[in-house]
Design a protein around this ligand. Structure first.
Ligand code: SF4
Ligand code: SF4
Ligand code: FES
Length: 377
């Protein structure tokens, strides 16, 4: 923003009662949009504002990452600076007076978003953070498209993560996530100026890099420039998908995720993690939880019990018949060879309750302690 724009009004600290402090260490007092807010040393304006219920739009910010101040979406007016400051990395200080929603701030948000729109030749992906900000603040002035093509990795044919450079705003959330959270640093910012892009070392495929295919870079990307390759062609329909919260059953950690369901087709289209800070997995998933959901609608998935007929072929049957057959055969083995010739193996793909019942069946019904579960190894 030009320096000659006068700072907005800074309301007096007595304008409103103090909001609740974040914790017992909140020893500083700042005024945000006329409301006194207590904050702890080291906190940022963004953290103090959010605790006070004040919304400041962000793009490069992710609670899990060290703030970088790359996107400039969160600029606000602060009494300690003539220029606007990035709320995501500007520290609180005693007596600061901050304005987050003045005409000057609003003008900045529109101008910035106009620049991002001008650099998105394919348009902005619907439902993304960038799209939501554009709908909230508008684009003023409208700017012509700029010609600043960025190189992607056209030869990277990994089946999971697709990078669409034309939608990238270079916020570096993906590279910082990969480094700071996943701790593998498979991707990095490369090149300079308008050619800056996201690359791997030597531009190799993610499969040939240190990438663990966690998909966290997809989840944190605020523009949809990173997307799951298998469903990239459906990206415009993502906002119409309905999230169904569930627990991953690949291991015993209990990560929460949202199955994104196409209600019309009754089909799981993709898997996303709940927002950071809301569940135990803190916005993270592993390769299995995020990408290995194809079994849900797989045509070979068992949906009814099977028993072998006289010729040994597996044929469908009803549950009563299948359970009776299993009971007869297990009882027959126990009676003929002894209880400890039986063994019961359950699965981490089952619920805790189901696993409990399997060991109960082994111990109480058949009198053997021969029971195990695949996650116990
Ligand atoms: S999938 Fe995970 S490990 Fe691979 S580049 Fe993305 S964040 Fe890094
Ligand atoms: S790919 Fe997404 S997360 Fe990574 S720098 Fe570009 S916009 Fe940011
Ligand atoms: S969110 Fe603060 S500069 Fe990007």
């Amino acid at each position: 923003m030009p320096d000659d724009v006068p700072p907005g009004p800074f309301p007096g600290s007595a304008a409103a009662p103090a909001r609740a402090a974040g914790d017992g260490l909140a020893t500083l007092s700042v005024v945000i949009d006329g409301t006194q807010v207590h904050a702890a040393p080291g906190e940022t304006l963004l953290q103090a504002a959010r605790r006070a219920g004040v919304t400041i739009p962000t793009l490069c910010h992710d609670e899990r990452l060290a703030p970088t101040g790359a996107c400039r979406m969160c600029l606000v007016e602060s009494s300690d600076s003539r220029r606007m400051v990035p709320a995501c990395r500007h520290p609180v200080a005693e007596g600061l007076e901050v304005v987050t929603d003045s005409a000057r701030v609003h003008r900045h948000r529109q101008s910035l978003l106009s620049l991002y729109a001008a650099d998105a030749p394919e348009g902005v992906k619907p439902g993304t953070e960038l799209d939501r900000h554009m709908r909230t603040y508008g684009l003023e002035p409208g700017l012509p498209q700029v010609n600043a093509p960025r190189e992607g990795r056209p030869d990277d044919d990994n089946k999971y993560v697709l990078f669409q450079p034309e939608s990238c705003i270079l916020c570096a959330r993906c590279t910082r996530y990969c480094d700071e959270v996943e701790a593998v640093a498979a991707i990095t910012l490369a090149e300079r100026g308008s050619a800056t892009t996201i690359a791997t070392a030597d531009n190799v495929s993610l499969l040939d890099s240190t990438c663990e295919l966690c998909g966290g870079c997809i989840d944190t990307c605020p523009t949809g420039a990173l997307v799951e390759r298998k469903v990239a062609h459906r990206q415009d329909t993502f906002p119409s998908l309905k999230p169904v919260r569930t627990t991953c059953n690949y291991c015993g950690v209990g990560c929460q995720f949202d199955l994104q369901v196409d209600p019309a087709a009754n089909q799981v289209v993709r898997v996303t993690s709940p927002a950071p800070g809301t569940t135990t997995n803190d916005g993270n998933l592993c390769v299995k939880g995020r990408f290995a959901y194809g079994f849900i609608g797989h045509p070979e998935r068992l949906t009814e019990p099977l028993i072998r007929d006289a010729s040994g072929e597996l044929v469908p049957t009803d549950w009563d018949t299948a359970l009776q057959r299993a009971a007869d055969l297990l009882t027959g083995v126990r009676d003929k060879f002894g209880k400890d010739t039986l063994g019961f193996i359950s699965s981490s793909r089952c619920t805790n309750e189901e696993n409990y019942l399997v060991q109960k069946l082994a111990r109480a019904a058949f009198g053997t302690n021969n029971c195990h579960q695949c996650a116990a190894t």
